[in-house]
Design a protein around this ligand. Structure first.
Ligand code: IMP
Length: 197
């Protein structure tokens, strides 16, 4: 069987790159599209799955390397699932994550509804011959006031179900071993671990 000894992690997001690198086997060489001067593709999929597939396809075709890509985001029930696939675009539109989190807290408060939310992650691995496998991971929780400076993105306003602290207050390894990316990766790992050396 053709074994994978290096992999391109198809993201320009440093938080995601680190989490995905730390989930993968240690001896696997991890390459960033930034190292190869590859820009990000336009994300015009309608779902997390469509976006992770299009990113994996784009980065794999450009690099000719086995590529693992992620598309993820925060879905808030009382905002009809927003920001969802637009999670990073909301941050850009509101002028950064601090402002986007403030906006979200305002919007959520205004609805007077409960604060249920979930982080969703779709992971796609693609081989240069076009073979691809995807898995989705979800972690449920609630929107909280902004707490903690750990992690990245919307971590400070998300409290996972069954926990008293936000992802922003959680130690890195604790979040790494339970979040939406971990759940998606564990499903994927079952299907791909025989390809690793
Ligand atoms: P995209 O998948 O590149 O479109 O970006 C997903 C966006 O969702 C990120 O920029 C973050 O805003 C947010 N996001 C995804 N996963 C996480 C996470 O684990 N913690 C915090 N924010 C996240």
């Amino acid at each position: 069987m053709y074994k994978i000894d290096k992999i391109l992690i198809g993201t320009h997001n440093k938080g995601k790159f680190k989490e995905i690198s730390d989930l993968l086997p240690e001896k696997l060489e991890k390459i960033s599209p930034i190292d190869l001067g590859i820009e990000s593709p336009k994300e015009d999929g309608k779902t997390f799955l469509e976006n992770s597939e299009l990113k994996a396809n784009f980065f794999c075709n450009k690099s000719k390397l086995v590529t693992l890509s992620d598309d993820s985001g925060l879905e808030i029930d009382c905002l009809d699932g927003q920001p969802g696939i637009f999670s990073s675009r909301w941050a850009a539109e509101f002028g950064g994550f601090d402002n986007a989190m403030k906006e979200i807290l305002k919007k959520v408060k205004k609805t007077n509804k409960d604060k249920k939310a979930q982080f969703v992650c779709s992971l796609t691995i693609q081989w240069p011959d076009g073979k691809k496998i995807s898995e989705i991971g979800t972690i449920k929780g609630n929107i909280s006031s902004k707490k903690g400076n750990n992690g990245f993105g919307y971590d400070p306003i998300f409290k996972p179900k069954g926990h008293k602290i936000t992802f922003g207050q959680m130690k890195y390894n604790k979040k790494l071993g339970m979040d939406h990316r971990y759940i998606a990766y564990k499903k994927l790992e079952k299907k791909i671990k025989t390809y690793f050396r």
